[in-house]
Design a protein around this ligand. Sequence first.
Ligand code: NOJ
Ligand code: NOJ
Length: 714
Amino acid sequence: MQKFSLRLYVVALIAAIVFAPISTTTAADFKREVIYQIITDRFFDGSSTNNNPSQSSGLYDSTKTNWRAYWGGDLAGIQQKMSYLAGLGVTAIWISPPVDNLNTNIPDGGGNPTASYHGYQARDFKRIEEHFGNSSNTWTEFDNLVSAAHSNGIKVIIDFAPNHSTQNNAGEFGALYDNGTLLGNYSSDSNGYFHHNANISGGGWDDRYQVQYYTLFDLSDINQEHATMDSYLKAAAQLFQQHGVDGFRIDAVKHLNWGWQYSLANSIYSYGDSFLFGEWYQGNTSDPLYRDSYKFANKSGISLLDFPLNTAIRNVFGSNANFSDIDSVISTEGGNFTWKEDLVTFIDNHDMSRFLSLNNNNNRLHEALAFVLTGRGIPCIYYGTEQYLHNDTSGGTDPYNRPMMVNFNTSTTAYQLVSTLSALRRNNPAIGYGSMGQRWINNDVYIYERKFFGNVVLIAINKNETTGYSISGLNTSLPAGSYSDYMSGLVGGSSISVSSGSGGNNPVTTFTLPAHTVGVWQFTEGASTPQIGSIGPTAGQSGVKTVIAGKNFGSTTGTVKFGTTTATVNSWSPTSITVTTPSVTNGNYSVTVTNSSSQVSNSIQYTVLTAKLIPITFTVNNASPTQVGDYIFLTGSTVELSNWATTWDAAVGPMLTPNYPNWFLVASVPAGQTIQFKFIKIAANGTVTWEAGSNHSYTVPTSGTGFVTVNWQY
Ligand code: NOJ
Ligand code: NOJ
């Protein structure tokens, strides 16, 4: 007996060594990652065999003078640069859409050939583009890239663009294939796979109906409520999960059907661990759809790229605006986004001029980099930033913001800066999980503190190019003591000393912050109580796995509770626990961790869904008359339907009314359940009007999509 268990133990030990994952966190907790955004075609040409494939020959320009042609970068090229990326401190790469794209050139306004080298014109979501992989469109090079990334501790995020296929008026006219089999195209669409509406333009960009149902830049707008499209797109996402991807950057989430995306996220999380973030373009927090953006991020399971903060970062570091611009976005968003630490922050990307085209000043670039790497949110660095890559033609906007990567120099200041601050993000949980509070500010100086329980990081940035500032009256939560700059003076920082004060306000001895300087000072505590910093996904039905991440869970398995119900633990480490969502009544739960010494953590919110989600189009005809600013909402009997909530932020909606007074919207609701629901009017002043009569009732199908239409009950 003893011999048997010893042998088992040895087998288990060997298995543990062989299968031990390199990276310590799972995809569901991305808060401690550093993302690097790559346009695959413009990074590195790892194989010349795929440069001019036969099925789409003539899209490649070896001279790299046509900025809208393929230039040769490929998946093998990214794979070959993996140690460069690991040295940079990158822990996840976001690659441009890798799926099979448009096979033809389409002339631009000036008659120049343009190809879909960027990947946003998919023709087959289940195959790999021949310019990036091989001429048979198989997965070999993709799989090789994923395993090389994973063995370097780097996660892989794909850009996924299910809003549309190819252009509807030229080239392949939207033709869409399912692993090689033609499904249909836009110009002869007898199945109704596409929406046939005009391009979004003018005021349409702020109209909830038009942004979702009109056409984005002539791109064939896929009708996700068609059951065939719904299952095709969800199966494609799952195929990428099967091929090992850790996350999805979802293109144009503002233009996809919002309600459908809840079911997309649920489908991905039901299959496995992942991190999702979407592109919801908006200039600032006064955008007419800003409220919709945070409602979406709070409830859908899809985080967002932080565009309002991006604008402020560009204004402050690029155009010398006052630091209050950044500070006010952080505080406004902080009050609106439930999962703000999951917002993905960035200085620039492939759709705007690079920072150095905006302001050709490396000091300012370093300061902006230090800000995104230490500020609230998950930093995403656009490829080449660490090499000061930029081309300023036409102001450096698309396509000149997508030059070929030329240098891979590991000794630039920017490269060292990213690498050092990436290490800090991994070593001190205050960066990924902590609060962000302003401690000292003027037009040029921003001093802020990140704090997670007793773990603290204090960051000071002076963006003035010539003037140093004397910093007096600064308080911090860092304990009394002397602190050296975490970056060892790389961007001019030096030591500070802290004496003890009271109430979390310890005075920092007056010091000088020289011109263009960043100082970073940090402390990690030795506490033993479990501390939760993250849960992901944030919602799921019974059986879905969720990951709780933080500190001090201990190495011996303890317990996890959803409210008072103990959940099954699938894996347990000192910093990460995977649990199965228990079978409890749908609703919001406080999740806590108790370690093996009976110490109980803080709690974090998780939503237990009723069942897997099915996208249903709800229509109410002849609804209560509305005035400008009044909207019709849906509310109902389960957490997915808001449990009869009647507020703007909680009820489902606002609904859309292209045919007033009829209103509709897609909501993702629990499969197989008989739901009770009603429609309400929320007036501009908040007054709620219920429709009369008894509740509507509907049994949700167990798969596919569904439609339910009722008349408003007077
Ligand atoms: C946003 C992407 O980031 C952009 O580059 C692309 O052209 C559009 N969506 C359409 O897919
Ligand atoms: C909530 C639901 O029970 C619904 O059916 C009812 O109409 C409203 N409350 C108003 O009483």
